[in-house]
Design a protein around this ligand. Sequence first.
Ligand code: SF4
Length: 450
Amino acid sequence: MHEIMQESSTSEFLIEENEEPPSSEEPEEPPSRGALHLQQPSIPPFVITPAHSFPIAPFVQLRRSARTTPRTRAFRRRFYPQATDSQWNDWHWQIANRIRTLGQAEMMLHLSPPERDALVHLGTSLPFGVTPYYMSLLSIDNPLDPLRRCVIPTVHEQMTFPGEADDPLGEDAQSPVPGLVHRYPDRVLFLLSDFCSTYCRYCTRSRMVGHGSLTPQRDRLEAAMAYIRGTPRVRDVLLSGGDPLTMGEEKLEWILKGLRSIPHVEIVRIGTKVPAVLPQRITPALVRMLRKYHPLWISVHFTHPDECTPESAKACAMLADAGIPLGSQTVLLKGINDRVETMTELVHHLLKMRVRPYYLYQCDPISGSAHFRTPVEKGLEIIRGLRGFTSGYAVPTYVIDAPGGGGKVPLMPDYVAGRQGDALLLRNYEEKFFSYPDVADVSCPQGLYQ
Ligand code: SF4
């Protein structure tokens, strides 16, 4: 049985809450000490109850007070029978017990040949890692299950097609200091570390995420903050990575406090997938700390309605209760969320979780992403299927991040059908036509609006 652990397993910064930043020599992965190991002797590989025998309770059908789904409960009973509630609900435990090897994956899933081959030959590409919680949401025997496709590698990601690149957005070329991207005039992207609790196979930063090359080393973070301090036009800082919320409170607070001490930094935003893959991380202590640094915004990364569980709803509620506006960023992915019905279900769940659908991204042409990318027309079809059919708050802005560092370009279906004289001919969501008297520069009778 091959072991595919590529990431180191000795760093402490994700486990200890009062730690000093690791040195650049320290690898970024957490230790496995204290981890509960899988009950291997009682679980023979390949004799796993098929996924369809696990009752799947969609979020919408759960009682408001439900704390988890029957599916997660069944998974936990089967694979982690010795884990106590406090262990399962502890984010450190979830990280320390991540599924990171072929052997572990094989015990929990009926791997398809493309999945198995990918895990055997993962090489130097994006590492494999899934929290036990997120693993509980995957189908055991269906390799086309949307969440499973998001986190279990296949050999397709090892095939590069024309137009793809490791850094398609040209971030490295727009980094004045390591780990800081300055693309737009008034805002910067500050990459705190390259660690994520669960690695998305379509990650735009798969060239560096999980490789241990971008550590939250104090010198590097101070250099990035010095750049922000010395650049008065920067009024908005987006913290990303990796996932910033996999850092301990103390380190994160040190960064937030540092940014807040810069007079021209008006807002700080955090981009995170934690509420979807590691909702246990949203603790009262974290929320108490975050709320001290308003105005603070959080962009959460949700991909599919199956991620909207009682656990993720609770995590979002805790953040929203702390006065943190939540927006979602979703990557459009072939066979995962590229149907109007799926996207409608997702955006409705998000609104119920007090998350405003913010961006729908066309999948970036990273190397090995062809199996995830849809034609652009698919994104326009989804927006057409949302606009008018549901609340405006539920409709995200569909964007392409222009390759080469051009920034986000919004795309909209064309609702202007043409002109008839001075009138603009509009097509509504039901394909009905209306005209609007678009008279240029009508002068108002004097005094009318005074
Ligand atoms: S959480 Fe974000 S940074 Fe981490 S692997 Fe997923 S897409 Fe990449």
